[in-house]
Write a protein that binds this ligand. Structure first.
Ligand SMILES: Nc1nc2c(c(=O)[nH]1)N[C@H]1C(S)=C(S)[C@@H](COP(=O)(O)OP(=O)(O)OC[C@H]3O[C@@H](n4cnc5c(=O)[nH]c(N)nc54)[C@H](O)[C@@H]3O)O[C@H]1N2
Ligand SMILES: Nc1nc2c(c(=O)[nH]1)N[C@H]1C(S)=C(S)[C@@H](COP(=O)(O)OP(=O)(O)OC[C@H]3O[C@@H](n4cnc5c(=O)[nH]c(N)nc54)[C@H](O)[C@@H]3O)O[C@H]1N2
Ligand code: SF4
Ligand SMILES: [Mo]
Length: 692
């Protein structure tokens, strides 16, 4: 009889990590669906989640540990056994530790809910340099929240289900997908919630919006200042909330005086009356408003300030902490429970300062994950100390950051470069040793907890056994810990890790059997009042920490335009791919095999282009060829392409040579980063386009 099994797990096709249920028969995947027990998911998955099976079946992924022979980046590999690989990695790390100390090791991670084990491992090495990828994603949003509220961006949630007006600015929710958010927003819209989209092009989300404002690229901060001006000037804001919770409102009022809607019209191209009407509409539905602070805001040199204005607008409308707005996210302790015991507490915290300067040279920037791009600078400069080993763990900075050629130069002094990944990536290809991680359907992870209206703990379990000679995170890291003498982390089974994590929580491993997660509260809990973690307990418009570092809390808007004859290079996602690592997935590749260049119809016509033409796009001496897509639906100052294409690895037969890589056109981009928020500013690059 066929052996059927059903496993609750967590999707790993993107960082959202939706809960899933996997049906298998005789050890083969039959069907993957969203976890039907999870409200807001209700069995749904996105196309990428459904393509997990193709990832398992992909024979072009890394199948066994590989060690480099020949020069770095040449692509000559020798397969080795796991014992050999882990022994080699441990000896290389140990050599660096013995000569330069543990601090000489840099580790960057995809981040996310399973990071506790990774952080513990890095501590165990004696290094303060655990980082995530966020300097190329949401760091500006995170620092904007910290600078105003004292808590980070996840200190509040998005109560989309109960919202009455949702504003998406640089946020394409129906293509850059989080399944629960999509479902919740659709449910709210059926009940009458309004949707406003502010974007440089009409994306799929814009086609569903009640109001779409096409904004001139790079001028979002101007628009938002004028909305604040209108709220304050016309007394449309929540005065009771503001007087109770906002510090320095008078300073803000003076600052935004010149930023009238008429002024903003000149900058943004959005009519002054439209700005005023939009602001009035928001005030009418407040506080059940969500002006989404965005996600991927590593775009402009003023993105930190733009993100701050979004949070300030939400605050003026009273939506921070409100039902239907951005309610406070509850931690286990908020619902009277104990959270998971942390693995990082098993190892002492290293006392060295971070190589990237966060927390000391940049006292205002969060030391949590720091800024990996500045960590790379330390490799080259040896300031504040030599950095000689780098572990890229489920992270592909050669694709995720601008200017890969420059980055390789920065890495030149590394004695040891190791990648842990389930697919080949540019970074893995450039490494000395590649450890193949089992894809998410073939591995279990440590337990994790999600804070929110009703916080819950969840589990990722192995749905099928590894098809190739690959291993889980815990097997790799605990295997290394054992060899490096980090005894506290030398666990020899995942069950022992789970038991440690659950100790004292009142939850046991078997409690996850029924649904794959354990809800900690009794239902959604809305706190009566927001709790700001600033010194004053209020929202601080003027932040002393930033000011003391010479970073003003309120910065005047500066107008920028593309140089004559050039376009601003913009980018984003589509619904069927995740960053750059799914283009070679056979099912997803079929849907979108290459990227095209969106270019405004009139601008294209002036250059003699017609739709579908092959064009040469070039920036700062780098270039590529792709097909033009002429459309009225993009602002004339910008061209747009999907990120993640232009692969050149011979091991990826489908993705190879298809489309153009946006990040390669961003020469010098590693040096363009925002001092307020810390993220790289990837849309401060201009390109030329010509017919081939
Ligand atoms: N030019 C440009 N640069 C960008 C962006 C852009 O739009 N344009 N986007 C930015 C953004 S928002 C981000 S988040 C970063 C992302 O950049 P990265 O953090 O590098 O993310 P991924 O492409 O998801 O790559 C993760 C790597 O880890 C491997 N991997 C192994 N296991 C897993 C797993 O369980 N899950 C995932 N997701 N990967 C795994 C993948 O195969 C892949 O090679 O790039 C940023 N860089
Ligand atoms: N399908 C899919 N879903 C994903 C991911 C994925 O790779 N694929 N990645 C996940 C990750 S890591 C992230 S960070 C999120 C990203 O989620 P989003 O940030 O929502 O996604 P993006 O497509 O990068 O950008 C959103 C929109 O910003 C617009 N935009 C570009 N420049 C400007 C500008 O100057 N002003 C304004 N107002 N708009 C602008 C783009 O046209 C695009 O429509 O998505 C997550 N979900
Ligand atoms: S949004 Fe899609 S790819 Fe991302 S975790 Fe959810 S189902 Fe998987
Ligand atoms: Mo991201």
């Amino acid at each position: 009889m066929a052996a059927k099994k059903s496993t609750f797990s967590v999707c790993g096709m993107c960082t959202v990590r939706c809960p899933i249920q996997v049906e298998t028969e005789n050890g083969a995947i039959q069907f993957i669906q969203g976890n039907p027990h999870m409200g807001g998911i209700n069995g749904a998955l996105c196309a990428r989640g459904a393509a997990g099976k193709a990832l398992i079946n992909d024979n072009e992924r890394i199948q066994r540990p590989m060690i480099r022979v020949g020069d770095r980046g040449q692509g000559n590999w020798k397969p080795i056994s796991w014992d050999e690989a882990l022994d080699y990695a441990a000896s290389q790390l140990k050599a660096v530790i013995d000569t330069h100390g543990g601090k000489s090791i840099l580790f960057s991670d995809r981040g996310g809910p399973f990071r506790d084990l990774h952080q513990a491992f890095v501590r165990g090495l004696g290094s303060p340099n655990w980082s995530n990828h966020d300097a190329s994603c949401a760091r500006n949003v995170q620092h904007a929240a910290l600078s105003l509220f004292g808590f980070g961006r996840k200190g509040v949630g998005y109560d989309l289900k109960n919202a009455r007006h949702v504003v998406l600015q640089t946020r394409n929710i129906f293509e850059a997908i989080n399944v629960k958010e999509v479902n919740d927003l659709m449910a709210a819209m059926e009940k009458g919630c309004k949707l406003t989209v502010i974007d440089i092009r009409a994306n799929v989300t814009a086609t569903k919006a009640h109001r779409f404002m096409m904004i001139r690229p790079g001028s979002d901060y101007a628009l938002n200042l004028s909305v604040i001006h209108t709220l304050l000037n016309r007394k449309l804001y929540n005065t009771a909330y503001a007087s109770k919770w906002i510090n320095d409102l008078d300073v803000l009022e003076r600052f935004v005086k010149p930023y009238t809607p008429e002024w903003a019209e000149q900058e943004t191209g959005i009519a002054a009356e439209e700005i005023v009407q939009f602001t009035k509409d928001l005030a009418k539905d407040a506080p059940a408003i969500i002006w989404h602070p965005g996600w991927m805001n590593a775009r402009y040199l003023d993105s930190f300030y733009m993100s701050r204005t979004i949070y300030i607008i939400n605050t003026l409308l009273g939506s921070i902490g409100a039902k239907g707005g951005l309610p406070m996210a509850n931690k286990p302790s908020d619902v009277g429970r104990k959270g998971l015991k942390k693995l990082v507490d098993l190892v002492p915290k290293p006392e060295d300062k971070r190589a990237d300067g966060t927390g000391w040279k940049y006292g205002h920037l969060d030391t949590g994950p720091g800024l990996i791009n500045l960590g790379f600078d330390a490799i080259e400069s040896e300031d504040p100390y030599p950095v000689r080993a780098y572990i890229a763990y489920r992270h592909d900075p050669l694709m995720g950051f601008p200017d890969p050629e420059r980055m390789k130069q920065k890495w030149a002094k590394l004695d040891f470069l190791m990648s842990v990944s389930f697919t080949w990536s540019d970074t893995a290809w450039h490494s000395d040793l590649v450890l193949p991680l089992s894809p998410y359907l073939e591995r279990e992870s440590i337990l994790a907890c999600k804070n929110g209206l009703n916080p819950y703990m969840f589990t990722r379990r192995r749905a099928v056994e590894p098809r190739y000679d690959t291993r889980s995170d815990w097997e790799i890291l605990c295997g290394l810990a054992k060899r490096l003498g980090i005894d506290a982390l030398a666990f020899d089974s995942i069950e022992k890790i789970w038991e440690y994590q659950l100790d004292g929580t009142g939850v046991s491993v078997s409690d996850f059997d029924a649904k794959g997660f354990v809800q900690l509260g009794t239902g959604p809990l809305y706190k009566e009042e927001p709790t700001f973690k600033t010194p004053s307990g209020k929202v601080e418009i003027i932040n002393e920490k930033w000011e003391s570092q010479g970073v003003p809390s309120l910065k005047p808007y500066e107008s920028t335009h593309p140089p004559e004859g050039k376009f601003r290079l913009t980018f984003g996602r589509c619904g069927v791919h995740t960053q750059g690592h799914t283009v070679n997935n056979s099912l997803l590749f079929e849907q979108v095999p290459e990227n095209t260049l969106w270019i405004n119809s009139d601008a294209g016509a002036r250059m003699g282009l017609t739709d579908g033409d092959l064009v040469e796009i070039s920036g700062n001496g780098r270039g590529g060829r792709m097909h033009a897509r002429l459309t009225d639906l993009i602002h004339p100052e910008a061209v747009f392409m999907l990120h993640g294409f232009g692969h050149r690895l011979p091991v990826e037969s489908r993705a190879f040579g298809k489309g153009v890589a946006d990040h390669e056109l961003m020469c010098g981009g590693l040096e363009k980063w925002d001092k307020g928020g810390g993220a790289v500013a990837m849309q401060e690059h201009f390109v030329s386009v010509a017919r081939c």
